[in-house]
Design a protein. Structure first.
Length: 509
């Protein structure tokens, strides 16, 4: 514990945070010193009100409009300047252009097979078709068949399956993770990777520089290169007040030989497999994909890889024929990027909720939502759909937990059932609808996942994994606390005020 604390306090992340806070302090001080000149103060105040009018008429999400308007009106000079610097750009121009080029280069590698889509149309109803059609039309995320989905209900289960599949690799292994933390889980994986490199297997790893800043040495990518493993850091942290520091690679992908892929909420770290206890029992989930749908994840990996490494890639080299699977399971891998102007993760969540006929059960570690999601959940419940949401009882971020609990009351009043996972922390990001459609991925129900991060997930239909996911949800309900309206209301006035303020500025956190 002390070693981890020392690593955090002396590590790169702490240096970057202190540098950014110092720059922010100097910026605020400079703004207020300059604003003491009366004419400049009048000009900046007038400019701030003009900015408020601009924000109100802009095309950004309403919650961002409200948060920025409150900040600007509360602190006219400071708020206006901060919006000019950061508010108009969820993604910096350079990142948007380069990332979009990478995405466009790889889009042509996946396409919708007309026979597969025709078969899907014949076997699905109107509501299910709508859920999958959005991704196919807007995101160019094809629907695959001849694929197999296995639901993995805990980090320990995923870890065991992943080690087994890694040991079978013959051609390549791709890992893309938000967090890689040194420990039992990572060392067991690394041991296999080292052996596979010796056998001629190509190994590539991408990890987010923020996610791993306090868990890996600052030159760990160089250390991995010594083993013959190509390692790339996504969006390197810089000690500067830059908007792109918000845009993180939150995806968790493992692809092996274009034959097997893993996707879900589980990073590489001992808390995810309950070897290390941080917030009670860690409940997470993932899926293992086999068959033709794996190509979607292979291409997905190269979207980020191509952005990080400007080189010509023979993509067909990695289109290795998968082990044949014949079934009527339909699988749709998808990703979400903050650079494409399409909030795929948010919209897929909305589609799943809006097209539910009997029930929609949701696992999410955070419930920091805008009015679109909230209204859809409430409308579904008021229309007779059994809507249940499970969140953690022991949080990892206390301020986010207060915002999560702020949203309970209105949802419960509309008929939504809210559960808290009492054994500990629920980190799973999964949705099951009507016993027919399942979704598992990396997308939290919060603004960072919906608007700032690179994310991924997978939809599946007509699979036993849907039943397994449903049974897991039912098992979680049994050990979770059903939150009552009385409990929501029985909160002291100070906590209520804190929750209101935090919810108001949540989009900016």
């Amino acid at each position: 514990m002390m070693g981890r604390l020392k690593q955090i306090l002396t590590g790169k992340l702490m240096f970057v945070l202190i540098s950014i806070l110092l720059q922010l302090f100097l910026l605020i001080s400079m703004i207020y010193r300059v604003s003491e000149i009366i004419y400049i103060n009048y000009f900046l105040s007038f400019l701030s009100y003009v900015i408020v009018i601009y924000v109100i008429n802009s095309r950004i999400n309403m919650v961002f409009k409200l948060a920025w308007c409150v900040l600007i009106l509360a602190f006219p000079v400071l708020g206006g300047v901060l919006y000019i610097l950061f508010g108009g750009r969820l993604v910096p121009k350079k990142l948007r252009i380069e990332s979009t080029l990478s995405l466009n280069e790889t889009k042509g590698l996946v396409y919708q097979d007309e026979d597969v889509y025709k078969s899907f149309e014949e076997k699905s109803d109107y509501n299910i078709k709508k859920i999958f059609d959005y991704g196919e039309i807007v995101g160019v995320f094809p629907i695959f068949n001849n694929s197999e989905i296995t639901y993995l209900e805990l980090g320990e289960v995923k870890w065991k399956a992943m080690l087994e599949e890694l040991s079978k690799a013959k051609y390549f292994i791709f890992l893309e993770y938000f967090i890689i933390k040194d420990g039992v889980m990572w060392q067991s994986i690394l041991d296999i990777l080292k052996e596979k490199v010796k056998d001629g297997v190509e190994v590539k790893i991408i990890f987010d520089d923020f996610g791993a800043a306090s868990t890996l040495a600052k030159d760990y990518d160089i250390e991995l290169e010594k083993y013959g493993i190509e390692a790339l850091r996504f969006n390197r942290l810089r000690p500067a007040l830059l908007v792109q520091m918000n845009n993180r690679d939150h995806r968790k992908i493992c692809v092996i030989d274009n034959n097997v892929a893993f996707c879900g909420g589980i990073n590489i770290g001992d808390e995810y497999i309950n070897v290390e206890e941080r917030f009670g029992h860690w409940k997470d989930s993932a899926v293992m994909i086999k068959g033709e749908a794996v190509w979607g994840f292979t291409v997905m990996f190269f979207q980020i890889y191509r952005y990080l490494k400007d080189e010509t890639i023979d993509f067909e080299k990695y289109r290795i024929p998968c082990v044949p699977i014949k079934n009527d399971t339909f699988v749709q891998p998808y990703y979400d990027s903050p650079t494409d102007g399409e909030n795929v993760g948010l919209n897929i969540h909305l589609n799943l909720i809006n097209n539910a006929k009997k029930y929609v059960y949701i696992h999410t570690p955070y419930l920091v939502i805008d009015e679109n999601i909230k209204y859809s959940l409430m409308l579904a419940a008021k229309s007779g759909v059994d809507v249940r949401i499970t969140t953690p009882h022991i949080p990892d971020k206390k301020y986010v937990f207060q915002i999560t609990r702020y949203n309970y009351e209105e949802l419960i009043e509309a008929g939504v059932k809210i559960y808290e996972y009492t054994p500990g922390f629920l980190h799973s990001k999964s949705i099951v609808v009507d016993g027919e459609v399942g979704m598992c991925g990396t997308i939290n129900m919060d603004f960072r996942s919906y608007f700032h991060h690179y994310e991924c997930g997978v939809l599946f239909y007509n699979s036993d994994a849907v039943k397994d996911m449903y049974e897991d949800q039912m098992n979680v309900f049994e050990v979770s606390e059903l939150i009552t309206l009385e409990k929501c209301k029985n909160v002291n006035i100070i906590v209520k005020f804190i929750r209101v303020v935090l919810n108001l500025i949540a989009p900016l956190l």
